[in-house]
Every structure is written in structure tokens, then in C-alpha cells.
Design a protein around this ligand. Structure first.
Ligand code: PHE
Ligand code: ZN
Length: 896
């Protein structure tokens, strides 16, 4: 942590490294209180650089000695300024030997070398390697690593690093060693070591070229009953990369290690992926369907990085989306292919759209908005965002939409052919796509350079006499910090036209038949497309499969939306029509409630309840929901998605002044009214979608459980005694965590009298399962009955600690981001709590603190009275003398 003014780093200031590293030999004498790191590296002056000084980075490490070509450098021969160690006028060819000391046990940042539950782990992305040794810690410096680990054999029987184990043996004093060699050059952020008491599930796995690889999943002893799914997901990932992209595992050994203290989801270190336990450990008793899906996706994601990230890496951190957007796209495609059916694929796509709307669109419209390839940052750790990851994946997906699957594959092949072993840029990727397909993708670059979510306004006109249908598309993009004006994007807009019978009309444009879905290329600010031979006034289905990350506006009538909801052949737009129907009602209700009590900062709940009592959901909407609910020709997974209402935060995004209580009441009202009006149908679906027999996390079973549990939650939203009894019975009898947690959630959110008792029993049963205890905290944190005082009480629970990121997120962050009504309490108590926790966390772990800090991103969208409180809380954090760059960047951008 530094207290000097944080510096902004600009993409345009990139310069090549002055020296390149050929080989690195690292020796670790591991001791939690005092680890000695010996680093010998051979370096050459970089012919592409005009500078003659060696620039190394180091943070929070103690320099013991530094030797250059065998001679100890005295203090005059180098300079340390902040985290930079500079050796001026160095010779062209250099061997540097550096010895440093670090203290893993007091490293609470979980970046660099740290201790978790008595074991050693590392995390080096983005800039953690400099917390281990002095090094040109930047991704365009790629070197070969040889690593010697020495540690107490009793306490740390397992010693792992990247690549292949080349030697191991005993040392005096009960210590032992292991030597690892990574045959591939890599940037320092991919370095990893583990020294721990762990056990593994392992397997020899045949690769496409006839070799076999040793696969291992390493966990703490008590967790060996929770590694099967991760192992299976790893095997599926390897196969999928071979089959879909012809990409093979390039190592003889591939390891996954699970650690309980981890800042993010997982890390793709070469051959030694280190994972948050949340994305490894699962069995039916402790993990939900969503957990299983998360494991498959994250195991895939990290494995796929081996090609998109490790073999071809980023030139600098502004290019982060080069590897992350592409790898998220790959893991999304993997998850979809693993389901294999068209609706299964569509359901994964709908999930992606929900994530974008829930998290990325707000980011793109807030004070931290940044392009997929940012132009500047203060702290790179703040840019591991939904924009870089999820919007980045959308950008990659648009290439595939524009070029076709085959064209995209050609682009990928060319990208690897050109850049294997290199550190490159987003432009290099775009050029590979363009060159492999003979296409000009110059304008497409704006997806990388311009922040903000484009708005596409659609207007239509049918000419009966001419049998033509005009679709006029007008694109705009709101201003974002530092970018007041935007130029038009290159937007693929997939369009279909539905006839009166609900079927797709054959499309003809400029005399060319286009099938039932045409991908229009919108490149101008205002462009009109004309369909010919259109026999009747159609209903347009625009942006099929969510073909671009934009906001589509069109003045649909209810009748058109119901038509699309009932018939659209594109499942994503079918779902979308239902979302539009629901959103219109939710917004109307919320604004009626808000208007009834304009003093939104002193909401009078009973006056508002009175409003609700006069309200009624219209039959058009209820009937539309009913039709989908009972349509047995539709997958349960799709029906569940179609019946799920937009979230409170999505509703908030549509309001001029956000009124959290009005939104919550409106949404609760709709849920309850559906629960009452569709009671018989919901009960029938509840029963029809039981999944008896042994638990299996296959897509069909997951879909059934999802629909069943959605039905339960609607029934309990009313909530009558009978429904709550149903939930209670499910809680008692469930044999898997999905049903167990869903029932408990229904009881807690339905304020069932038995809820406190059920919570206690749940805790008693699972108190030794950290990931389940996280669920227990989270369920309470997000219950609308849980106020700040209750959260403070929960923080006193013996199982609570701010030091463990999963735990801190499950209570503190879950409350601040997932319990809008209580967080935005009119007295500002939620914001004061937020400020306190951000400050407390920042002293331990700036990365986790900084994520929490972002809960306040959109404070300017609330009422003036709430804004006052929020501003005060932000200023309180900003006024702290000692603050990490991470948090300072977030709060100062919020206040700017
Ligand atoms: N690179 C990791 C991933 O996306 C994420 C990560 C970033 C993990 C920084 C730790 C620290 O898979
Ligand atoms: Zn990643």
C-alpha cells in the first residue's frame, strides 16, 4: 500500500522492454515467516528498445543482495524509486542474481506468495510476481523458468510448480525439495508454486495425438469427495479444445489446485491452475446446479487459456480482453456445446444476456465505464471487469456472427499461426480475423476503443402495395468518461420477420434470398434495410440471439410482443418478448408506487401497500405467462428463463430516479400475483418437474429443478400457509443442495415462521463446509428483512471473517449489492456501513475492498436525499489518508 498520489498509466505510452529475459532460475526456501527467494536470470538488451537501463519491479520484498555478471552491486550501482529498481548503463548480456526475503504469513492481499490454511500458494496476475522477486514483471517479457522448492517435508509434503517435475529428494533437518522445469517461455504473471499438505485425484488421459497426460486435482484431505466433477470437466475441456479448434494440451502434466482464500475465480498458471475452492469442490450434498455449472465453465475457462492467454499472451495489460474476452467466449461455447441441444444453447445464451444487463450495462453507464481495451488505468486490478470479460466475449462473438463459424475458425487458425509464442494486441487479433477472411474490419475497431452501450432504435414501415418492408436502424451511444462523442459502430443485427401464423417469412434483400434470419450490417448512424416480397404486415424479430451488445428500442405493442413470445423461432428473442412485457408492467407499477409517495426518502410503506391493493396484473400478461408455463413442448429450462422477471437492478436501470423500495414492492407484487393467479398451474409444474432418483447435474435435470424451484418461489411469494408447508417439506426431504437451498430461500424470503429454525438447522448440518456456510450468510444478507443492524450481528458470528474473500463477499458485498431495499435505507445507515467495511477491508486486501467500493458506482441515479448520504460516505472513504490505489481510483472516479 502506498500513500503517494496514484499515477495514471496510459496505453499510448507503451514502450518495448529495455531488456528481455531468456532464463530464470528460482530457488525458494519456504518459511511462512521468512521465505528466501534466490533469482538468477539471464538477460539480453532488447534490439527493439533504445534504452540501456535495466528496469525491474519489486513490492513488499526485502532486497538482500544483487549481483550483475558475478559482481555484487553496491548501492550506487542501482537506484530504487518506489517499486522500480533501475540499473543504468548495463552491458548487452547480463546475468543477474538477486536474493530477496518476503513474509508469506502476513501477506493478506493474496497477491504474490501467501499462506492459506497453513499452506503456501501464489497469485501473480496481474502484478504479483514483483511481490516475490525483482523482475521485469510485464507480460511482454517471456522467459523459461526452472524452479527449486525447499520446505519442511512434514508440513508441506506436496511441492508443485509449472511444467514438469524433474527431480525431488530429501534435505537435512526434515526438509525436502522438488525441482520443476517449464519447457515453454512464459510471462511472469503465469508463474505459480504450491507447497502444501494436500491430496489429489489423478488420472492418465489420452490426448488426440496419442500421448497421454497426467491430470491431477489437488485439494485438502477432507475434500477428496468433491473432486469428481472438476476432473470430469477438465477432461471434457481437453477433448473440446481438440475437437472444436484442433488445439492440444502441450504438457505431459496438468494440475488444478483448490485454495480457500482466493481473490478471483481461478488462475491459468501454466500447467498449474490455482482455483478458488468455489470452482472446484462439488458433490450433490453441498453444491447446487449453479455451482456445478460454474465449475464446468471455470475449469474450461482456465484450461482454454493455455492457448488463448498462455501460448499467445498480451503485450500489455491494456490488451487484457485479448485473452479474457476470447477465453470467456470459448468457455461460453464450451458450456453450450456440452448441452448440445438448440434450446440448451439458447438457455446459456439467455444467461449471458442477463449477466450483461445485470452487470455490464450498468458498468458501461457509470463512472468506471471503460472501453473493452482501456486507454488508461491507475490500478490494473480494477480492470478485471465485466466489460473486459463479458463485453469482450460479445465482441469476439460478433466476429463469428459477421464471418460465420468457418470464417471465424480461419481467423483463429491464422491468429495462432502468426502469434504462437508471442505477446500481442487486440489489433493483432482483429487483423488475423480480417486477413483470414479478406474483410475490412477497420470500423469494427470501435468496439475496442469506445465505451458505452450503443442504443439501436428500430422503425418499421410496411408497404402493402409494393410488398416491401423497411427496417430503419438508428444507432447512438451515450457519452462516457473522457469520451463525449462516439462514432458509429459496426453492428451485426440478426433479423427475422414473423408472419401472422407465427412462422418465419422467407427473407429477400436486394433480390437475394436470406433464409429466415438475415444478419444485417449496421455501419452508419442511420441506415434503412428493405425486405422485398413480403406478403403481409410482419412482426419483426430484431437482434436475434442477441447478435450485438446493444440496447434495442422499438415501439412494440403488447399484441406484437405476445405474438413473439408465443411463436418466435429464435428462443432468445422469444424470451426477450416476455422480458419486455414484464418490464413494462414492472416499470408502470414501480412508478405508480413511487408517485403515490413522492417523498421516496421517507417511504411510507403502508400508503404504498394501499396502492398495491388496487393493482392487478392484466390478463394479457398473466395469460402469456400461463401459456409458456404449461407448454410441455418447451424445455423446462427455457420455461424457467421465460418466467423469471427482470431483476431489481435491471428495473432500476430504466428509471429516471431509482426508487429501490418502489422497485422491490412492484416486483414482489408481480411475483405474488403470479403466485396467486397461476397457482394451479404452478403446483402442477412443481409436481411434474420432480427429479427423483440419483442426483445428476445434466442440463435436462437442471432445467427441471430450476422450473420446479421457480414455481415454489412464486407460490411462496404470496405467501400462504400451504405453499410454505410445501417449502418446508422440500427443505426437510431434499437430498441435494439445489433443492435444499431453494427451499430455504423460499422460507426465508417468504418470511415463514419456521425460517429461523430452518436456518439454524442448515448451519448445524453444514458448519464444517465453508462453501455452504457462505451460502448461509448470503441467503440472510440478501433477504429483504435483513437490515444493517442484522448484518452487523451476523458479522459477530464465529464463522465470519473479513479476511476470507468468499466469506466477506457472502455477507458484506452480498448485502451492499444484493439487498437494495435495506442497503438504500433512507437514513443512510447502509452507506455508512459500506464506508466502514471498505476501509476495514482495504487494510487487508485492496482487491476485495475495491470490488466492494463499486457498490456505490451509480449513486447519482438516486433521489437527492439519498445522494447526499452516498456522497458523504464516498467522501469519507476518499478522505482516508491511507488508501490503496485500487480503492482510491474507484471512489475518486465515482466522485468526479
Ligand atoms: N486470469 C484469471 C482468469 O480470468 C483471473 C484472475 C485475474 C485471477 C487476476 C487472479 C488474479 O481466469
Ligand atoms: Zn480468464
Amino acid at each position: 500500500m502506498r500513500t503517494d498520489t496514484p499515477q495514471t498509466i496510459y496505453r499510448k505510452d507503451y514502450t518495448a522492454p529495455s531488456y528481455l529475459v531468456d532464463t530464470v532460475e528460482l530457488g525458494f526456501d519456504l518459511d511462512p515467516a521468512r521465505t528466501i527467494v534466490a533469482n538468477r536470470m539471464t538477460m539480453q538488451r532488447n534490439p527493439d528498445s533504445s534504452r540501456r537501463d535495466i528496469e525491474l519491479y519489486g513490492e513488499d520484498i526485502e532486497l538482500v543482495t544483487i549481483r550483475l555478471n558475478g559482481k555484487t552491486l553496491d548501492e550506487g550501482a542501482y537506484a530504487i524509486e518506489g517499486s522500480i529498481l533501475r540499473i543504468p548503463d548495463a552491458p548487452d548480456s547480463v546475468t543477474l542474481e538477486i536474493e530477496t526475503i518476503c513474509v508469506p504469513e502476513s501477506n493478506t492481499t493474496l497477491s504474490g506468495l501467501y499462506v492459506s490454511n497453513g499452506n503456501f500458494y501464489t497469485q501473480c496476475e496481474a502484478e504479483g510476481f514483483r511481490r516475490i522477486t525483482y523482475f521485469p514483471d510485464r507480460p511482454d517479457v517471456m522467459a523459461k523458468y526452472m524452479v527449486m522448492l525447499r520446505a519442511d517435508k512434514e508440513k508441506f509434503p506436496v511441492l508443485l510448480s509449472n511444467g514438469n517435475l524433474v527431480e525431488e529428494g530429501e534435505l537435512p533437518d526434515g526438509r525436502h525439495y522438488a525441482k520443476w522445469e517449464d519447457p515453454f517461455k512464459k510471462p511472469s504473471y503465469l508463474f505459480a508454486l504450491v507447497a502444501a499438505r494436500l491430496v489429489c485425484q489423478e488420472e492418465q488421459f489420452p490426448l488426440a495425438d496419442g500421448r497421454t497426460a497426467l491430470l491431477q486435482v489437488w485439494v485438502e484431505e477432507g475434500n477428496l469427495d468433491k473432486t469428481d466433477y472438476a476432473m470430469q470437466s477438465l477432461k471434457h475441456s481437453i477433448r473440446w479444445d481438440e475437437e472444436r479448434w484442433d488445439l492440444e494440451l502441450d504438457l505431459d502434466r496438468f494440475m488444478i489446485v483448490a485454495v480457500g482464500d482466493f481473490n478471483m475465480g481461478a488462475m491459468e498458471n501454466k500447467g498449474l491452475n490455482i482455483f478458488n475452492t468455489k470452482f472446484v469442490l462439488a458433490n450433490p450434498r453441498v453444491a447446487t446446479d449453479i455451482d456445478f455449472q460454474g465449475i464446468e465453465a471455470v475449469v474450461g475457462h482456465e484450461y482454454f487459456h493455455n492457448w488463448t492467454g498462455n501460448r499467445v499472451t498480451c503485450r500489455d495489460w491494456f490488451q487484457l480482453s485479448l485473452k479474457e474476452g476470447l477465453t470467456v467466449f470459448r468457455d461460453q461455447e464450451f458450456s453450450a456445446d456440452m448441452i448440445g441441444t438448440d434450446t440448451g444453447r439458447a438457455v446459456t445464451r439467455i444467461d449471458q444476456v442477463r449477466t450483461l444487463r445485470q452487470a455490464q450495462f450498468p458498468e458501461d453507464a457509470g463512472p468506471m465505464a471503460h472501453p473493452v481495451r482501456p486507454d488508461s488505468f491507475v490500478e490494473i486490478n480494477n480492470f478485471y471487469t465485466v466489460t473486459v470479460y463479458e463485453k469482450g466475449a460479445e465482441v469476439v462473438r460478433m466476429y463469428q456472427t459477421l464471418l460465420g463459424r468457418e470464417g471465424f475458425r480461419k481467423g483463429m487458425d491464422l491468429y495462432f499461426a502468426r502469434h504462437d509464442g508471442q505477446a500481442v494486441t487486440c489489433d493483432d487479433f482483429r487483423m488475423a480475423m480480417a486477413d483470414a477472411n479478406g474483410r475490412d474490419l477497420t470500423q469494427f475497431e470501435r468496439w475496442y476503443s469506445q465505451a458505452g452501450t450503443p442504443i439501436v432504435q428500430a422503425e418499421t414501415r410496411y408497404d402493402e402495395a409494393a410488398r416491401t418492408y423497411e427496417l430503419r436502424l438508428i444507432q447512438t451511444c451515450p457519452a462516457t468518461p473522457g469520451q463525449p462523442e462516439k462514432l458509429p459502430f459496426h453492428i451485426p443485427v440478426a433479423v427475422g420477420l414473423l408472419g401472422k401464423d407465427g412462422r418465419d417469412l422467407p427473407l429477400v434483400i436486394d433480390g437475394q434470398p436470406k433464409g429466415s434470419t438475415a444478419v444485417l450490417e449496421l455501419t452508419e448512424a442511420d441506415q434503412t434495410f428493405v425486405f422485398s416480397d413480403v406478403p403481409e404486415q410482419p412482426t419483426p424479430s430484431i437482434l436475434r440471439d442477441f447478435s450485438a451488445p446493444v440496447i434495442l428500442k422499438h415501439g412494440y405493442s403488447d399484441a406484437e410482443l405476445v405474438h413473439l413470445f408465443n411463436h418466435d423461432s429464435d428462443p432468445v428473442n422469444r424470451w426477450e418478448a416476455g422480458q419486455r412485457l414484464a418490464m413494462a408492467r414492472l416499470l408502470k407499477l414501480a412508478s405508480d408506487i413511487a408517485l403515490k409517495n413522492p417523498a421516496a426518502d421517507a417511504p411510507n410503506a403502508s400508503a404504498r401497500t394501499a396502492v398495491l391493493e388496487q393493482m392487478n396484473l392484466d390478463e394479457v400478461f398473466v395469460q402469456a405467462m400461463r401459456a409458456i408455463l404449461v407448454d410441455e413442448s418447451l424445455d423446462p429450462a427455457f420455461r424457467e428463463q421465460a418466467l423469471l422477471l427482470p431483476t431489481e437492478s435491471m428495473i432500476a436501470d430504466q428509471m429516471d430516479v431509482v426508487d429501490p423500495l418502489a422497485i422491490h414492492m412492484a416486483r414482489q407484487f408481480v411475483r405474488a400475483d403470479i403466485g396467486v393467479r397461476l397457482r394451479a398451474e404452478l403446483l402442477a409444474q412443481y409436481q411434474a418437474n420432480e427429479t427423483p432418483g440419483e442426483y445428476s447435474p445434466d442440463a435436462a435435470s437442471i432445467g427441471k429443478r430450476a422450473l420446479k424451484n421457480l414455481a415454489l418461489s412464486y407460490l411462496c411469494a404470496a405467501p400462504d400457509a400451504e405453499s410454505l408447508a410445501l417449502a418446508e417439506r422440500q427443505f426437510d426431504e431434499a437430498t441435494n443442495m439445489t433443492d435444499r437451498a431453494a427451499a430455504l430461500g423460499a422460507l426465508v424470503h417468504g418470511r415463514a415462521p419456521v425460517a429461523p429454525d430452518a436456518l439454524q438447522r442448515f448451519y448445524d448440518e453444514f458448519q464444517s463446509e465453508a462453501l455452504v456456510v457462505d451460502k448461509w450468510f448470503m441467503m440472510q444478507a440478501t433477504a429483504p428483512t435483513t437490515d444493517v443492524a442484522t448484518v452487523r450481528e451476523l458479522m459477530k458470528h464465529p464463522a465470519f471473517t473479513l479476511r476470507n474473500p468468499n466469506r466477506a463477499r457472502s455477507l458484506v458485498a452480498a448485502f451492499c449489492t444484493g439487498n437494495a431495499v435495506q442497503f438504500h435505507a433512507p437514513d443512510g445507515s447502509g452507506y455508512a456501513f459500506w464506508a466502514e467495511q471498505v476501509i476495514a477491508l482495504d487494510a487487508l486486501n485492496p482487491q476485495v475492498a475495491s470490488r466492494l467500493a463499486r457498490a456505490m458506482d451509480r449513486w447519482r441515479r438516486y433521489s437527492p436525499a439519498l445522494q447526499e448520504h452516498m456522497k458523504k460516505a464516498l467522501q469519507q472513504v476518499a478522505g482516508q489518508g491511507k488508501l490503496s490505489n485500487d480503492v482510491r481510483e474507484v471512489v475518486s472516479k465515482a466522485l468526479a
